[in-house]
Write a protein that binds this ligand. Structure first.
Ligand SMILES: Nc1ncnc2c1ncn2[C@@H]1O[C@H](COP(=O)(O)OP(=O)(O)OP(=O)(O)O)[C@@H](O)[C@H]1O
Ligand SMILES: [Mg+2]
Length: 268
């Protein structure tokens, strides 16, 4: 199972949006996808239309090992797509993670138990640099950094890259950076907004050779697709799927080379 974490250290950078659409695109290609909502705001759980009922285990109980990880996994309304949901109770995991030895490894360890069950796991990370955030970044084989095409976005990118460097310097991050995904790239007709153009150029510079993927355009269509449970293609906007198709292309190319990776088994 390949673990991809969408992380970016500021609010509203497109983490949940990009994990949701990438997961759905992978599921549509028949990969078995597990989504992990690791943000107490629980937007992803909401996007997937999942309601956490009283006494039903969530990511909190899974991380605390109060239940088996399998008990925390729920079917979604989409085929090939499962979810470990969250609610605001996840906030209480912070103490547990900071007082547990090697707390940053907790998510990675739990996910190992389902590594033969799913092809890909997509983790939606919170915007703050908390213990939950650290455990989601450390769990990643591939880190996707969605970044708003704005100065706030660039700041978020720098903070996220700094975090990765810090984790690498203590050998805590063993994954790779998949790349930067520009979010809310604004175009008026055929003209790109100056602010978007300049920000995306800066992303290339700050990223120093990291891939910068085709952007998620500023558009109401993404929200519409989430609200109606339909794909962008079904809504007649298949051009907006481009960033996710490109991501999958790169993932398949990169991981197909590795014989031990489950992506090979499904595709092959
Ligand atoms: N293509 C788009 N154009 C404009 N707005 C969008 C687009 N896609 C999503 N949005 C809106 O942008 C906001 C931020 O997106 P999203 O929730 O994915 O970011 P996030 O990084 O997960 O935020 P948070 O840090 O709060 O978890 C949401 O309100 C979402 O509805
Ligand atoms: Mg989010």
């Amino acid at each position: 199972m390949l673990i991809i974490t969408a992380a970016s250290l500021a609010g509203g950078q497109g983490k949940t949006t990009s994990s949701f659409f990438l997961a759905r695109a992978l599921a549509k290609k028949k990969y078995k996808v597990l989504m992990v909502d690791a943000d107490p705001q629980s937007s992803l759980t909401f996007y997937l239309g999942h309601e956490v009922e009283l006494n039903q285990p969530t990511l909190l109980e899974v991380l605390k090992k109060q239940v088996s990880i399998f008990d925390g996994i729920y079917e979604s309304n989409y085929s090939n797509l499962w979810l470990i949901p969250s609610d605001d109770g996840l906030e209480t995991i912070q103490d547990y993670l900071s007082t547990t030895a090697m707390g940053e490894l907790v998510l990675k360890k739990r996910l190992k138990e389902v590594s033969d069950t799913f092809d890909v796991c997509l983790v939606d990370s919170p915007p703050q640099r908390t213990q939950i955030c650290l455990t989601t970044v450390v769990a990643a084989d591939e880190l996707l950094i969605p970044v708003e095409a704005s100065s706030k976005g660039l700041h978020s990118l720098m903070r996220t890259l700094n975090l990765v460097e810090e984790l690498k310097s203590v050998d805590a991050f063993e994954g790779a950076i998949l790349g930067i995904l520009p979010f809310r790239d604004r175009w008026v007709g055929r003209t790109q907004a100056k602010r978007s153009e300049a920000s995306i150029q800066d992303m290339h510079e700050v990223g120093q050779g990291l891939d910068v993927f085709p952007s998620i355009l500023e558009s109401e269509r993404y929200k519409q697709a989430i609200d109606t449970g339909r794909t962008l293609e079904e809504l007649g906007h298949s051009n907006l799927e481009l960033p996710f198709n490109k991501l999958i292309e790169v993932l398949e190319r990169k991981w197909l080379k590795n014989k031990n990776n489950p992506l090979t088994q499904t595709v092959g």
